[in-house]
Design a protein around this ligand. Structure first.
Ligand SMILES: Nc1nc2c(ncn2[C@@H]2O[C@H](COP(=O)(O)OP(=O)(O)OP(=O)(O)O)[C@@H](O)[C@H]2O)c(=O)[nH]1
Length: 330
């Protein structure tokens, strides 16, 4: 806000000075204008820095800016071009810096000081705009509006980045950096919707580390965590961009494989199991671990996420029942 105030008061200085000269106002007005243009921005900066609540102090500064604008508009005897440009810029600025509430406060301050100053100074009106005042106003219009647009664009970009970060936090598992249940369910819903009435295949894969409880009990929870992280790394490498590896919670890992037949999903499952056999988290061979995988295709009778997840979970159960370290697909 400091730089915008420095730029704004600097650019307002020239058209106002031009009108004051044309009206042959006493030098005191020019001195006051110079103070407003070159001292006030620093004073305002100091005020907002020193105030107990900097944002509140800055909002007060913005209202004071508007009041000063009202004073100069009245002192210029409502000279139309600089008056309209200054009033518009002041109000637009308050809106982009704060809210409609701040703009309304600014408008009240501007109108009040304008009216009081205008009455005190004899209620004169100067409708004529000279060529010189017109030329002195043009930089204010062009440069200030460009600077305001750049500022608004910067704020919009920062907001976009923040909103993407928030979306990432809301949709990703913070520990494994893969999708969480919420994102997975959204993707499954979208996939079921896409498949509705169409004949291409998509599959859901449920993955479980065999005897994970024993790993935790024997080697500690930290080693169990390392295993889960290694698993999610493997999933990121082995799957396609369009697949969604996700953590449903705890050690439950699911991968959504769109446009994938059971046979193709089986191959993906094999690749995951092969990658796992290459993992060496410790020289202790007792830490070698295996996976059981259940795979289920979407069928037309599935109406929601739970149906498809249950089918994949049932397949995983069959893989476990048949002796673990295997894939069961149906
Ligand atoms: N280290 C670690 N362990 C977890 C995490 N989430 C769940 N677990 C543990 O994972 C184990 C899951 O065990 P189960 O899947 O029920 O059983 P299992 O020992 O894998 O046996 P099978 O599934 O029959 O092969 C439990 O001991 C949980 O406490 C986690 O984030 N980190």
């Amino acid at each position: 806000m400091f730089l915008m105030r420095v730029l704004g008061t600097f650019l307002c200085f020239f058209p106002i000075l031009s009108v004051l000269n044309e009206q042959q106002r006493p030098p005191a007005f020019s001195l006051l204008l110079a103070a407003n243009a070159f001292i006030w921005p620093w004073l305002a900066f100091w005020r907002s820095r020193r105030g107990p609540v900097p944002l509140r102090s800055e909002h007060q500064n913005l209202v004071a800016d508007a009041a000063a604008g009202g004073f100069w508009i009245a002192t210029m005897q409502l000279n139309p071009l600089p008056s309209v440009v200054i009033a518009t810029i002041l109000l637009a600025d308050r809106l982009s810096a704060g809210s409609y509430r701040l703009m309304a406060k600014g408008a009240c301050a501007l109108l009040l000081t304008l009216f009081v100053t205008w009455v005190i100074q004899g209620m004169n009106v100067e409708w004529y705009v000279t060529q010189r005042t017109l030329l002195a106003t043009l930089p204010l219009i062009a440069l200030y509006l460009l600077a305001l647009s750049a500022l608004t664009d910067g704020i919009a970009t920062r907001l976009r980045i923040k909103s993407r970060e928030l979306e990432h936090i809301a949709m990703m598992d913070p520990f494994l950096d893969i999708a969480n249940r919420r994102l997975l369910e959204m993707k499954i819903n979208a996939e079921l919707h896409k498949l509705n009435g169409q004949c291409h295949a998509s599959t859901l894969m449920y993955i479980d580390i065999d005897n994970f409880k024993t790993v935790n009990d024997r080697f500690g929870h930290k080693v169990g965590d390392t295993l889960l992280i290694a698993m999610s790394d493997i999933l990121r490498i082995v799957t396609r961009q369009t697949d969604t590896p996700a953590r449903l919670g705890g050690d439950e890992i699911v991968v959504l494989l769109p446009d994938t037949t059971l046979d193709q999903a089986y191959d993906v499952g094999r690749r995951i199991m092969d990658a796992v056999t290459l993992l060496r988290l410790s020289p202790d061979r007792a830490l070698d671990f295996t996976l059981s995988i259940g795979i289920a295709s979407a069928v037309s009778s599935m109406t929601d996420v739970a149906d498809w997840l249950k089918a994949a979970d049932d397949a995983l159960y069959q893989a476990k029942r048949q002796g673990k370290n295997r894939i069961f697909a149906h």
